[in-house]
Write a protein of this length. Structure first.
Length: 195
């Protein structure tokens, strides 16, 4: 589902490659996110810190070949299905709070799988609720979650298990994260946790 915007927005965003079709854009975005995840996985270490700058880097690496806004906070307000994301004008402060209250408190090592799931759920839910970018929020959040997993020696989460039935639970989990209730997202992360 596309975003609800206050003004008319074409289906295809203006892009640096001059692509005109949704299919071409989709392929260019897919390739960008795939390359970014591979590059970031290769440079991942036990000392990697997941901070605002790292999230901006994920987005820039993924979409920098395509959009001039890659790696920058959005300047438009977005909502989806009537659910408003964080207001654009407050994004720098919102992300700073996210960094201070959540990201800066992530440990380098987790003693249990359950504690990792709790933090992945919190980070993933909050980042999806904030929706800091004009495009690519879900994919950026999924890459970050996968990198959090890999840093601890696990395989990537199995996001492909989220089908049309569980997608509604996913949306609900993000809405609950808006109230700092991460229990639904924890259940979802548990469901897609690699065996």
């Amino acid at each position: 589902m596309k975003y609800d915007l206050p003004q008319h927005q074409d289906e295809v965003l203006p892009n640096l490659l001059g692509l005109k079709s949704i299919e071409e854009i989709g392929l260019a975005e897919f390739e960008g996110f795939l390359k970014a995840e591979i590059m970031l996985t290769e440079t991942l270490s036990t000392k990697t810190k997941f901070k605002i700058q790292y999230i901006l880097k994920i987005h820039k690496l993924s979409l920098g070949h395509l959009y001039s806004f890659a790696g920058k906070f959005r300047d438009v307000n977005l909502s989806k299905g009537g659910f408003p994301f964080a207001a654009a004008r407050f994004l720098p402060e919102t992300m700073r709070t996210f960094d201070e209250d959540i990201l800066s408190r992530l440990p380098n090592n987790y003693p249990t799988k359950e504690e990792l799931i709790k933090d992945v759920a919190k980070v993933h839910g909050e980042l999806l609720f904030i929706h800091p970018f004009r495009e690519g929020n879900g994919r950026t959040a999924r890459i970050l979650a996968n990198l959090m997993m890999r840093k601890q020696g696990y395989d990537a989460l199995k996001f492909d298990l989220i089908d049309s039935k569980t997608f509604e639970l996913y949306v609900q989990a993000v809405q609950f994260a808006a109230k700092q209730d991460y229990t639904k997202m924890e259940s979802l992360i548990q469901l897609i946790f690699p065996v």
